[in-house]
Design a protein around this ligand. Structure first.
Ligand code: KG4
Ligand code: ZN
Length: 336
């Protein structure tokens, strides 16, 4: 067997996967949500310490589920940027420690390219070119995907990420962490037209996003309503927020599609697991006669299968060239 072992520890999920080409043999995730819930968000130092404890057991679990051993692995892929630096370092160190004694190549992977590359996995891998909307807890961007090796950013958020806004509004409404899925569940019981919220950037001719104004609008609204009013209208607040956030994401996607260059659309990132966004994008694609690729929710949120998928089309560093290789908190091209 010539398998790729992939490791992802850029944020609060400890993930390992085993891939045979585009086929996922194992995709193991140990979420740390409980460890961070009492803080209402991710604490970087807590995330790093949990990764230290969890990475090796998660790798072992992934190999066991794949029915494979390290002897079957031909390359080790790992997320090197962007993310929490302490969290990334645990994954990178582990990947090096697995690869080096076996003289295996190491494949450094950009986390955002990972979200794009989730669409190259079986079943029905999507072939470029396509336009990909990536919306996660740390990033929101429109990616032009012309080949499987990378993407061009056409527009991105100028402030908060979409998932960050979901998490902050969820917190405002007394929902737990992570807030996105909880907010979606609450929104299902509410009226999306209950409160009129602005669709940010709708008059902006570019392809950038902004979510901080929407979050602030919710803060003021909750202040006006007072604790009892918020309690009474929680579901309407959640539904109205979700409608405004999804409205902005789909409006910018539609603007990017107007040139007519794209025949297919894909989604990526944790917010792409949101049913309301998936429905809105499906309706948009139907209207415009475009192919839409939607990967299952567990491939939208952080996972290592997407990192292994990106690694198939990324340069490999041979042993020992990667021994001094580092992780990078910011995006961009890491230097070897
Ligand atoms: O891609 P991801 O797992 O991690 C990052 O790279 O950031 O995305 C996590 C984000 C969180 O902000 C979470 O609240 C959001 O995705 N999210 C959702 C849903 N599921 C996860 N947001 C809205 N609706 C969901 N169903
Ligand atoms: Zn992510």
């Amino acid at each position: 067997m010539a398998l790729i072992l992939a490791i992802e520890t850029s944020c609060d999920d400890t993930c390992a996967a085993v891939l045979d080409g585009p086929r996922i043999l194992a995709n193991t995730i140990s979420a740390q949500a409980d460890a961070h819930a009492r803080f209402g968000g991710i604490v970087p130092e807590v995330a790093s310490r949990h990764h230290l404890e969890l990475t090796v057991p998660v790798v072992e679990a992934a190999l066991a589920e794949a029915g494979a051993s390290l002897d079957d692995v031909e390359a080790v892929a790992v997320t090197v940027a962007p993310g929490l630096i302490g969290a990334l370092l645990v994954g990178v160190s582990t990947a090096k420690a697995i690869a080096a004694p076996r003289r295996l190549p190491l494949i450094p992977v950009d986390h955002l390219q990972g979200h794009v590359a989730a669409n190259f996995l079986e079943p029905e891998p999507l072939q470029p070119p396509f336009l990909c909307l990536v919306a996660s807890g740390g990033h929101t961007l429109l990616a032009a995907v012309r080949d499987r090796a990378g993407h061009e950013v056409l527009g991105q958020t100028l402030d908060d990420a979409a998932g960050e806004a979901f998490d902050k509004v969820a917190r405002l409404l007394g929902l737990g962490y992570p807030g996105g899925p909880a907010l979606e569940r609450l929104a299902a019981e509410g009226d999306p037209g209950g409160f009129e919220l602005p669709i940010a950037m709708s008059r902006d001719p570019g392809l950038d996003f902004s979510f901080s104004g929407l979050k602030t609008a919710l803060v003021y609204l909750c202040r006006e309503l007072g604790p009892d009013g918020v309690e009474e209208r929680r579901a309407d607040l959640a539904a109205s927020f979700q409608a405004a956030a999804v409205g902005q994401l789909t409006a910018k996607l539609e603007r990017a599609l107007r040139g007519g260059e794209w025949g297919a659309v894909a989604l990526g990132g944790g917010v792409a697991a949101n049913g309301s966004l998936r429905e809105a994008v499906a309706a948009l694609c139907e209207r415009r006669g475009l192919r839409l690729k939607l990967v299952p929710g567990e491939l939208c949120t952080d996972n290592a299968a997407m990192i292994g998928s990106a690694a198939r089309f990324a340069p490999r560093l041979p042993y020992p060239d990667y021994l001094a290789y580092d992780a990078f908190a910011g995006g961009g091209q890491p230097a070897a």
